[in-house]
Design a protein around this ligand. Structure first.
Ligand code: ADP
Length: 403
């Protein structure tokens, strides 16, 4: 039986490993950091302990195993090693859980095999997540490894929202459907928004706008997700930093047949050279706003296209939910960009949505309401905390498992 009160949260990307060691008694971080450029000559580990100065290692980390071993050594130096009895579990962010994984899951060989079977629908993400789990298991085979899936919160989408209107047999054979992503953030933020309103999540309908490098919207009715903007992959929906979001699927045929582009080129175009970057050459919203305020036409177009798409989803999700109690902005752009929030909500008074200019301009890292008192819908800025959500889910699971 575990008596530990800490959870190590790992988020393994293709060449990076982010980690946070979270104290579950108060949600505080005992340590955090990341290893970047794994497998490249100039790798970097940046470690931030709770107290004292941060530490940096600039060297070659050949693979995720080497990276996690180095992280474990840094944690040991702080007296927080992976062998500590304080550690209750390791929580892993796993991007794609398919239809099977709708809850946090203790990793077994069979679970790992199933996550591997999902690689064709998440070729960029699941392999790295699997590596993270395998490496962590190797270092602490006795400790529960808990997988928390980005898709899980969207498993409640009604069938008519999850299905693309294509031949059912073909879709089922290839597992083509709308899974949605950023679910850990949408879940956390929708609940935190209810808390901000002093209500139970079951009582409120919330539209969550997660606007980071990747961006997605969700409609959450009484704590249950009923619609989200990402689909089979994280490409669908909003205009993002480098991803196009919605395009007519015919664009792909056209670029292939008429433009002569190969399928991988089109994939790279839509995922990595589109969105804000494709429209104006910058994918950082700070730069886009700065340039457009200076009168730069491509940057203005990029900003307007970004906001236009956001407003289309906002309006659509009002229709999906019927009654909306709150709109919550979160992630890098949502938490920090007053111009995006202002433009997204401008002129929506008939929907009950409005932003108070003064409240919107306040910079803060706390959850807050930015709509005027008279507004029917509360517009809120709610910082997301995916790591805490993963840790809480993992902690709850290992405690239920041993009781
Ligand atoms: P990720 O999807 O990588 O987790 P984040 O949620 O950290 O991304 O968001 C990163 C993005 O947030 C950056 O690309 C940048 O465009 C945006 N961002 C960060 N700070 C600001 C700011 N002050 N104003 C506008 N945009 C910001």
């Amino acid at each position: 039986m575990t008596t530990g009160t800490r959870i190590l949260v790992l988020n393994a990307g293709s060449s990076s490993l982010k980690y946070q060691l979270i104290d579950m008694l108060d949600g505080s971080r005992a340590a955090a950091g990341l290893v970047e450029r794994i497998g490249e000559p100039a790798g970097r580990l940046a470690h931030t302990p709770r107290s004292g100065a941060g530490r940096e290692q600039l060297r070659f980390f050949p693979d995720h195993g080497a990276a996690l071993t180095a992280v474990a050594a840094e944690l040991s130096a702080d007296g927080l090693g992976l062998d500590s009895p304080e550690l209750a579990a390791i929580g892993h962010r796993v991007v794609h859980g398919g239809r099977r994984f709708t809850e946090p899951t203790v990793v077994t060989d069979e679970v790992l095999a199933e996550i591997r079977r999902l690689i064709p629908v998440a070729p960029l993400h699941n392999p790295a997540n699997i590596t993270g789990i395998e490496v962590a298991r190797g270092l602490r085979p006795d400790l529960p490894q808990v997988a928390v899936f980005d898709t899980a919160f969207h498993a409640t989408l009604p069938e008519y929202a999850a299905r693309y209107a294509i031949d059912r047999e073909v879709a089922d054979e290839h597992r083509v459907r709308r899974y949605g992503f950023h679910g850990t953030s949408h879940r956390y933020v929708s609940r935190a928004t209810a808390q901000l309103l002093g209500k139970d999540p079951a009582e409120v309908n919330v539209i969550v706008l997660h606007l980071g490098n990747g961006a997605s919207a969700s409609a959450v009715a009484g704590g249950v997700c009923v619609e989200t903007s990402m689909g089979l992959t994280p490409l669908e929906g909003l205009v993002m930093g480098t991803r196009s979001g919605d395009v007519d699927a015919g664009v792909v045929f056209h670029l292939h047949r008429v433009g002569g582009l190969g399928i991988d080129e089109i994939d790279a175009l839509l995922n990595r050279r589109s969105g804000l970057l494709g429209l104006c050459g910058d994918n950082d919203m700070r730069e886009v706003v700065r340039r457009s305020q200076e009168g730069d036409a491509p940057a203005r177009l990029a900003f307007d296209a970004y906001v236009h798409r956001l407003r289309k989803y906002l309006g659509a999700y009002c229709a999906v939910l019927g009654r909306v109690d709150a709109v919550a902005f979160t992630a890098g752009v949502g938490e920090n960009s007053a111009p995006v929030r202002e433009a997204a909500c401008a002129g929506l008074d008939t929907l009950g949505i409005a932003v108070d200019a003064e409240l919107n301009s306040v910079r803060s890292s706390r959850a807050r309401i930015i709509s005027p008192e008279y507004a029917r819908v509360a517009v809120a800025v709610v910082p997301t905390d995916e790591e805490l959500e993963i840790a809480q889910q993992a902690f709850a699971l290992v405690h239920t498992a041993v009781e």
